[in-house]
Every structure is written in structure tokens, then in C-alpha cells.
Design a protein around this ligand. Structure first.
Ligand code: ARG
Length: 653
């Protein structure tokens, strides 16, 4: 049961006769941050008092008189200027914990009104190495899918892969000019990857050389601006000071872009083989676009190559998904929608939603600076065209209530335009939500890159996390009194679970809208808000059962009661029955870090309980039986929570 939701209902009933809009007040009923103030708190007396023109304390008093929570809570208390503190009755709590213990779903009821969600996540551009940004989309989307599904909703996980973009123009061009047939026979994916990097490098080189003079000019101008504002220093107002600092920051930014561009150009210039290729293909960028266009227009040769390239590319990303334990219900990439694009544009034009502008077809939305272009002058369709066709297809196929797009925050503008266009097109009741996330940074605060400047590949990242997890697992095992009870091959399996779990958890535990700084050491810490700590807490419960030779099945069938005599026992029990609250909050805000925070808090409560309440040596037989149940429920709650995060547990570590 969701206690918070139930208490909010009770408050709503108490408030209806006092105020028209209860929602805003009810939202201020929350779990209390400090057990001193009870388990839940209602903090609406101030705004409500203001609304009614009465003293907040009086208003709080009146609400308490109208409030009916006797079955769940002790007598509500009005504190300070009008806070209402609620303390759940310990006996009620013990019964709620017993109900959770007895239920397969740990007391979480399925949603009364099941909705249909399509989740668009992961979506790497195949044939390009998948990078660390895609792991965020993959793991966040996977948690949302698992959690919404557990809560009883219908969920379609759709991997909208980029399998139709310019990267195919690049590898087709590369295949036609630079193929190493022997390497292609040995490993098609690796050779295609090499061709992609090679051609992309040449395109960037040529575009870079074109952009260089302009960028140099900009740096010069900015330098002059900074010098000027420094010269004018002295008694100047704060705003000038601020402008100077902004100019300096801009200059730094421009200088580092220039340095990066120069380095990229030098890489080709300093490599005779590459320099020759660059000289031999001076118009590679245009050639790549032409290959892409031929593919899109159904050229037989390019279509054949595309069909040949796709399977090994898909297999390559599939390997990563297997390791991450992530699956999709459908994988309908951009190419799937190619046949629909012309009709989508026609329909939008016919309805007067899109119109021509400078030879392109655009959708203008009131209040938005730029239009969504759906067909370029040369007739090519765009990313947004595909996204509109995709919405149409998803609605026809699954009639969803909501589509969630788990995509990098840098695409916010695109989704704003897309959603506005979709609404104009008639999709008004459909919830379209950009579940945006921040950038993965390295220690120096810059986007996470390898030394050579490439974004870090996902596979290397997984390997490194697992390698380090092996060391952590070994060190922990050797420090036990038994000193090394886990054989090496078993350690290897544990390391895979711990390493991958750590990587996922580190990503999930930060607020998804913030950037997050990648650190192997932090993610694998045995203490703190990490998967390792949670997995360890789980293993520790099982070790109690092993030590006490507890027959777990018999314990579960024993019908023993839960008694909450010690404050640490009570605090743990409250945590355990708040699972439903945590899951519903996670799902309604699309924020996995609410679930990680809940589990972390639960593991901490368990740790305090474990220190203060002997289990196997409990004072009475009854208390021992009760504590074993609480331990078991804790382990099951941690395991379920981690499972919804896509993280596995091990029995020993
Ligand atoms: N392939 C895109 C990228 O890697 C993400 C696609 C997200 N989904 C969508 N429907 N636009 O940036």
C-alpha cells in the first residue's frame, strides 16, 4: 500500500470544505525528513492560512479536527507555526510489514488505471561506435520500462536506432574506395568501424579547413574585445566587470575550440598516408552526401550494401545489450519509416500545417524562434520528419497514452518543436515527454573522452569496470576471517555483476537532468550510495541466514509475527513499507534516482538495525523470529529494487 497516497486522500477529504483547489495543499503532505517530527508531515498551513486570511495555526488545528486518520496514525500534532506531524501507529506498521512480507509484490498494488507507454530509448546510431552518452539513455529507459511494467502498466520498449543517416553514406563511400577485403572477411564490424572513422576523419578535416579562417578571426576579435574591456577598467560599474568576465570566458571557450580544430587538422597533415588520401578526395563531404542520397532514393547497389552492413552492426550493439541485461520489445529504426515520409509531408501540407519557405517545407509554431524543417530544398527528409512518422505509426499500432523519449538534453529544442508540431497535427491527448538527461563528464569537467579525443567506447568502459570490480571482490574476500572462500572463477562471475551494476547505478543515482562525473573508484566504493554497497547489504542478510542455519522456506511459511520494539526495528519497517511510494514517485517523475535514494536509505536503516538489534541472538524466541522476517523482507526489497534498476545480486561477495 502507498501510505503517502492514502494520507493525501484523507487530507483531501478534510480540506474540501475549506478550499476549492486542494491539489496544491495535498502536495505538501510528505514523508518527514526527521523522525523527531513523526513519519509524515503536512506543511500547507502557511499558504492555506494566507488564502483564507486566517492564522496558520488555527487553520492547521481545524484541518486536524476534520482529519480522519485514526486507523493508521497516532493523534496528529500541530507544531510550531502550524506543521501537522503524523506518526504511524506501531501496531499498524507491524501489520503492514507482515502484509508486505506475505505478498509476492512486497505490498505494492498494481495501478488501478493501467496506461500504455511507448519508451523510446538507447537509439544509438549503428555503424558508429556506441558511446557513453548512449549508456545513459539505455539504462534510464530500461529502469522506466521495468518500473512502469511492475506497477501494472503496458509498456513498449522501442529502440529507435539511427540506421539510415549519413554514417551509412560514409561507410558506403569508404567501402567503395578504401576497403581492406581481408579485414572485412575476418571482422566486418571492425572494418566498417575503421572505414567510418577514416571517412569521418576526412570529412571533418575538410570541413575543418574551411572553418579554420573564420574561427581564427573570431578568436582575434574576441581577444580585442577582452583587451578593450580590460583597458577600460578602473572605477566602472559592476555590470562592466561582469561583461568583461563574460568576454574572457567566451575567449577561453573559442580558444579551446580553435586548439581542438587545429589538432584535428594536424593529425591528418602529419600523417603522410592520411594526407595523401585527403588530397586525393578533396570533395569527400559532398561525395558522402551523394551516397546517402542514393541510398535514400533506392539505388540498388547502395541498398544492397546497406542490407549487407546492417546485420553485423546490429549484432555488435546486441552484444552490449546482452552484457547490460537490456532488452527491447521492438527495434524499429529510422529506416523503417522511410516509406512513410513523403506521405507525412503531403498530409501536413494538405492540412495547412506545413508550408513552403525558401524552397524547404517547414512547420512554423507560434512562439518558437525556428521552424521544424521537414523537407529540405533538395527534397531530402530530416530527423524531425522521421520522428513525426514514428508518432503516427506508434499511435496507429499501440494507441499509447504517452510516449517517453529518453534522449540527451542537447536535443531539447528538437523535441519542443516536434511536440508542438505533433499537437498541431492533431495528437492533443497524447502525452509526449522528453525525458532529458545531462552529459557524462570526466574529472576535469569536460565531456568524457579518451586520450586521443574520441568519445569513450562502451565496451572498453564495461571491461574496465569489471576488471576493477574483480580487484574489489578479491580484496573484500581476502579480508574476511576465512580469508578467501571464493574461488577465482566464481570471483570472475561476481565481478561481472558488481562491475556492470556499479556502472549502471552510478549513472542512475544522480539526478538525470544533471551532468555526472565518471569515476571508477567512486562507483565501486563499498560504502556510500553505490550498487556495491547495496549488493553487499543483500549478501550480508543471506550470510546471517547461512550462519544461523535458517531454513528460509520454513521461516516464510511459519506465520511468525513482526514486532517492532526497538526504534531501529521500527525505522527499518517504515522504510520497508514505503516501497510503493518510492516506485510510484520514480515512475511519475521518470526519475530512477528516487529509487536509488530509497534503496540507499533502506540499506542504511538496515545497517543501523543490524548494529543495534541482534538477530540470531535476539533476547526472545519471538523477537528472533520477527527479526528474521524483517531481514528477509529487507533482502527481498533490496533485490526487487535492484532488479527494477536492472542490477543483479550475488549471494556472496
Ligand atoms: N539516434 C539519436 C542519437 O543518437 C537518438 C534518437 C532518439 N529518438 C528519437 N525518436 N529521436 O542522437
Amino acid at each position: 500500500m502507498n501510505i503517502l497516497a492514502e494520507l493525501q486522500n484523507r487530507f483531501r477529504a478534510a480540506l474540501v470544505d475549506l478550499v476549492d483547489e486542494t491539489a496544491e495543499m495535498v502536495a505538501l503532505v510528505r514523508p518527514s525528513g526527521d523522525p523527531k517530527f513523526g513519519d509524515y508531515q503536512a506543511n500547507f498551513a502557511m499558504p492555506l492560512g494566507k488564502r483564507l486570511g486566517r492564522a496558520p495555526r488555527d487553520v492547521a488545528q481545524e484541518v486536524v479536527e476534520r482529519l480522519d486518520v485514526d486507523d493508521i496514525c497516532e493523534r496528529p500534532e500541530v507544531a510550531g507555526p502550524g506543521f501537522i506531524n503524523l506518526r504511524v501507529k506501531t501496531a499498524w506498521l507491524a501489520r503492514a510489514a507482515e502484509r508486505a512480507f506475505a505478498s509476492e509484490r512486497l505490498g505494492v498494488e498494481p495501478a488501478k488505471a493501467a496506461r500504455t507507454y511507448v519508451i523510446d530509448y538507447s537509439a544509438p546510431n549503428v555503424a558508429k561506435p556506441m558511446h557513453v552518452g548512449h549508456i545513459r539513455s539505455t539504462v534510464i529507459g530500461d529502469v522506466l520500462k521495468r518500473t512502469l511494467r511492475f506497477l501494472g502498466h503496458r509498456v513498449i520498449g522501442d529502440n529507435h536506432i539511427g540506421d539510415w543517416g549519413t554514417q551509412f553514406g560514409m561507410i558506403i563511400f569508404g567501402y567503395k574506395h578504401f576497403l581492406d577485403p581481408a579485414a572485412y572477411r575476418t571482422s566486418a564490424v571492425e572494418e566498417l568501424g575503421r572505414l567510418y572513422r577514416l571517412v569521418n576523419g576526412l570529412v571533418e578535416y575538410q570541413e575543418g579547413r574551411v572553418a579554420l579562417p573564420k574561427l581564427r578571426d573570431e578568436v582575434e576579435q574576441q581577444r580585442a574585445l577582452v583587451a578593450q574591456s580590460a583597458g577600460a577598467a578602473g572605477e566602472q560599474p559592476k555590470s562592466a566587470d561582469k561583461a568583461r568576465r563574460r568576454a574572457e570566458a567566451n575567449l577561453k571557450e573559442l580558444e579551446s575550440s580553435l586548439a581542438a580544430l587545429e589538432a584535428r587538422i594536424a593529425q591528418v597533415d602529419n600523417d603522410p598516408a592520411l594526407a595523401n588520401l585527403a588530397a586525393a578526395h578533396p570533395d569527400v563531404a559532398a561525395a558522402v552526401l551523394a551516397e546517402t542520397a542514393r541510398l535514400h532514393h533506392g539505388d540498388a547497389e547502395n541498398a544492397r550494401l546497406w542490407r549487407e552492413f546492417l546485420p553485423p552492426c546490429l549484432e555488435d550493439i546486441e552484444r552490449i545489450y546482452r552484457r547490460l541485461d537490456v532488452t527491447f520489445d521492438v527495434t524499429l529504426g529510422e529506416s523503417f519509416y522511410n516509406d512513410r515520409l513523403a506521405a507525412v509531408v503531403d498530409d501536413l501540407v494538405k492540412r495547412g500545417i506545413a508550408r513552403e519557405s525558401d524552397g524547404a517545407i517547414c512547420i512554423f509554431v507560434e512562439g518558437q524562434a525556428a521552424p521544424l524543417v521537414i523537407r529540405k530544398q533538395d527534397g531530402a527528409f530530416l530527423y524531425g520528419t522521421t520522428d513525426l512518422a514514428t508518432i503516427q505509426y506508434r499511435v496507429e499500432t499501440w494507441q499509447p497514452d504517452a510516449i517517453l523519449y529518453v534522449v540527451d538534453h542537447r536535443q531539447s529544442l528538437h523535441f519542443e518543436q516536434l511536440f508542438a508540431a505533433a499537437r498541431l497535427w492533431g495528437y492533443r491527448d497524447l502525452v509526449l515527454e522528453h525525458v532529458a538527461f545531462g552529459t557524462v563528464l570526466s574529472d576535469d569537467g569536460r565531456p568524457f573522452k579518451t586520450r586521443s579525443g574520441d568519445t569513450v567506447g562502451l565496451e572498453g568502459l564495461l571491461d574496465e569496470a569489471v576488471r576493477r570490480a574483480y580487484d574489489v571482490v578479491s580484496a573484500s574476500d581476502e579480508s574476511k576471517p576465512t580469508s578467501g572462500e571464493i574461488p577465482p572463477e566464481r570471483r570472475g562471475l561476481i565481478a561481472e555483476v558488481v562491475g556492470i551494476g556499479a556502472l549502471k547505478y552510478a549513472d542512475l543515482a544522480v539526478s538525470r537532468t544533471s551532468d555526472y562525473t565518471f569515476s571508477y573508484d567512486r562507483m565501486l566504493a563499498m560504502n556510500g550510495n553505490t550498487a556495491t554497497y547495496m549488493q553487499y547489504a543483500y549478501a550480508r542478510v543471506l550470510s546471517i541466514f547461512a550462519k544461523g542455519e535458517v531454513d528460509v522456506d520454513a521461516m516464510r511459511a511459519s506465520g511468525a509475527r513482526i514486532e517492532l520494539a526497538h526504534p531501529a526495528e521500527r525505522a527499518l519497517a517504515i522504510g520497508l513499507v514505503q516501497l510503493a511510494e518510492a516506485l510510484e514517485l520514480t515512475a511519475s517523475e521518470y526519475r530512477p534516482n528516487y529509487l536509488t535514494a530509497y534503496l540507499f536509505e533502506l540499506a542504511n536503516r538496515y545497517s543501523t538495525f543490524f548494529e543495534q538489534c541482534p538477530v540470531l541472538k535476539a533476547p526472545t524466541e519471538q523477537s528472533r523470529a520477527s527479526r528474521l522476517l524483517v531481514c528477509d523482507l529487507t533482502a527481498r526489497t533490496l533485490r526487487l529494487g535492484l532488479d527494477l534498476l536492472g542490477i543483479q545480486v550475488v549471494e556472496k561477495m
